[in-house]
Design a protein around this ligand. Structure first.
Ligand code: C2E
Ligand code: CA
Ligand code: CA
Length: 579
């Protein structure tokens, strides 16, 4: 769309008008200045038409008071996107003026015969030279106007978020309430959304805060486009709330997520949306947004954009999360957390050749809490290293109990995650503990999952070689659970690979799985890497694995993970093949 769609007479008239006028069009989401009058050029102190158009299209608010810019830009965008009339009062100072003048801009939309829409805006300088000729009343009026503008801008700063222009937390809640009240009147279903991006921290780290801010602005713009000007708010960082209704929501969200994958020129992140549909409209506002957040958090860690509806199970999960975080210190202190140990058996001798320590939280209020519940919570909160160091302490305690019982020691595994190495100098801390207790480092095997490797291969490469230098053995856990398994074998130097349990599960069902297992075992054999099959529950599985040169077995067929005192008794009584 271009200027020549306006009739030439109209264009001539506007360009030559002594009144300050500008004509705008909204093109590709941007306000573009296409005509300015002679009066505009004079009023705002431009050299000529070209100079004025250039400034207006690159830095429209260059002369406006910095405190007024965001408010006026919002009003202009609202006028451009939602229609209606435009009325904005702001402070402006051209290069020829010594002080700010109050400008009142008013505008309307006009349509040409072929349906193109233009906005024509008139500018009026409301500031009088306050010399003797003016009455006291006029002076007072002018001063009043000035302080009102200041007040409005301050108010805007309180209500709206500076970075994105959407309502801030408090104002949004007010607006959401008004919106929901209207939905109540019309009997429509109320919905709250919590919108968030994955890994903004990493993005900031990689590209810098300026780029991170640009991405947040792009997301805010998209949210505004889909859900309206006052129906969204920024809670902080990349967290946004939206008040909306249920009708057509899925279609809208699909299209929103599709567009989000191209926003900010494609330099973007996966977007997560949590949805809460009000229950009989009796929920409180804040709780509704909390529930939407819980739903969004439940899809954390996914690498693609998606949305999820809240269900009550998530609430239980969330309460559990909060319980874990608030009781973790006490659980360590009072030893509610302990290790269970599972023997690993040699395929050739049938004797226990290794063991694995697995964390258990036996809670006085809730009973047994599995590691699948508390480990991800601690990992997210950056607290997993505390647990894993504590587990190392418990392993040392166990090794000493075994020594006291006269049992021979076998290496025992501790499970470590990539986060452990980010949050502390894990290898150094573990070595210190083993040294202090006079235990050889070869007694403690480090298990690192394939998932952890995938998250930070460079860091883990260094960790694996440093572990070897120090004298630890390092095992690759859950081999085959992710998609880059073969690369890992090529790039890393593990002492052993532990086949993910899912292979054995599938083995019962499929020939294909048997072929895959046999080939992995052969590959490991050729590479000179030992193997453990995890989750061995049936004799046929063990036989098949033995026939295919699997070196060690772990699973319920031999023993479940056990309480350490009980396990030691079993070993002592020869009930298990302990050494
Ligand atoms: P993992 O390291 O793969 O541990 C093996 C899991 O399989 C254990 O579950 C174990 O109880 C279970 N398992 C062993 N044999 C069988 C079997 O024959 N059949 C079946 N169905 N399951 C079997 P658990 O103890 O619930 O641990 C789950 C995961 O939690 C572990 O998976 C590990 O990734 C993590 N984890 C456990 N303890 C710790 C810890 O101290 N630190 C860290 N960072 N992670 C831990
Ligand atoms: Ca493990
Ligand atoms: Ca495993």
């Amino acid at each position: 769309m271009s200027i020549d769609k306006l009739t030439s007479e109209m264009q001539y008239m506007l360009t030559h008008s002594p009144v300050p006028i500008a004509v705008y069009q909204f093109i590709d989401g941007k306000i573009v200045t296409i005509v300015i009058s002679k009066g505009f050029i004079e009023e705002f102190g431009y050299e000529n038409e070209e100079d004025a158009l250039n400034v207006m299209n690159h830095d429209m608010y260059i002369d406006a008071h910095p405190d007024d810019v965001a408010r006026v830009a919002d009003l202009a965008l609202k006028f451009a996107t939602e229609g209606g009339t435009y009325s904005a009062v702001y402070r402006n100072k051209t290069k020829f003026q010594s002080d700010y003048h109050i400008i009142h801009a008013t505008g309307n939309h006009y349509y040409t015969a072929n349906g193109d829409r233009y906005a024509i805006v008139w500018y009026l300088d409301e500031t009088k030279d306050l010399n003797e000729e003016f009455s006291l009343a006029e002076k007072l009026l002018s001063e009043n106007l000035k302080s009102n503008v200041e007040f409005e801008s301050k108010l805007r700063k309180i209500k709206y978020d500076d970075l994105t222009g959407v309502p801030g937390n408090v104002y949004f809640m007010q607006k959401a309430k008004e919106f929901y009240d209207k939905l109540d009147e019309s009997g429509q279903k109320k919905v709250s959304l919590y919108i968030d991006m994955s890994n903004l921290k990493l993005f900031n780290h990689k590209y810098g805060f300026y780029e991170g801010n640009k991405l947040i602005q792009a997301l805010a713009k998209l949210i505004r486009k889909y859900f309206g000007y006052d129906n969204c708010g920024r809670f902080g960082a990349d967290h946004f709330g939206v008040a909306t209704t249920y009708t057509g929501l899925d279609t809208k969200l699909k299209s929103f997520l599709d567009e989000a994958s191209h926003m900010n020129d494609g330099k973007t992140l996966p977007v997560r949306i949590g949805i809460y549909v009000f229950d009989d409209n009796k929920d409180e506002l804040e709780i509704a947004f909390d529930k939407a957040k819980i739903a969004a958090d439940s899809i954390k860690g996914t690498f693609y954009s998606s949305y999820k509806y809240f269900d009550e199970n998530m609430n239980t999960e969330n309460e559990m999360k909060e319980y874990v975080l608030s009781s973790f210190s006490e659980a360590l202190e009072k030893k509610w957390i302990n290790i269970y140990v599972q023997p690993i058996v040699s395929a050739s001798s049938g004797m226990t050749c290794d063991e694995e320590a697995l964390a258990r939280w036996i809670d006085p209020n809730l009973g047994m809490i599995g590691p699948d519940v508390f480990i991800p919570v601690l990992e997210d909160a950056g607290l997993l290293f505390k647990l894993d160091l504590y587990i190392v302490d418990r392993i040392i305690y166990y090794l000493k109990l075994k020594m006291e019982a006269g049992l021979e020691l076998v290496p025992i595994s501790v499970n470590l995650s990539e986060k452990d190495f980010i949050n502390c100098d894990m290898l150094c801390e573990i070595k210190k503990r083993m040294d202090e207790n006079g235990l050889d480092l070869s007694l403690l095997t480090l298990e690192i999952t394939e998932r952890s490797i995938g998250k930070n291969p460079e860091l883990l490469k260094g960790i694996v070689s440093k572990s070897h230098e120090l004298g630890f053995k390092v095992w690759l856990d859950d081999f085959g659970s992710e998609y880059s398994s073969l690369n890992i074998l090529n790039d890393f130097d593990f002492d052993l690979i532990k086949l993910d349990m899912k292979f054995l599960r599938k083995m019962v069902l499929s020939k294909k799985s048997k072929v895959i297992i046999a080939n992995i075992l052969e590959l490991a054999l050729k590479l000179g890497v030992d193997t453990v099959a995890e989750g061995v529950e049936a004799k046929e599985q063990a036989e098949f694995l033995r026939d295919n040169a699997c070196v060690k077995f772990q699973g319920y067929l031999y023993s479940k993970p056990q309480d350490i005192k009980k396990l030691i008794d079993w070993y002592k009584n020869g009930e298990l093949n302990g050494n």
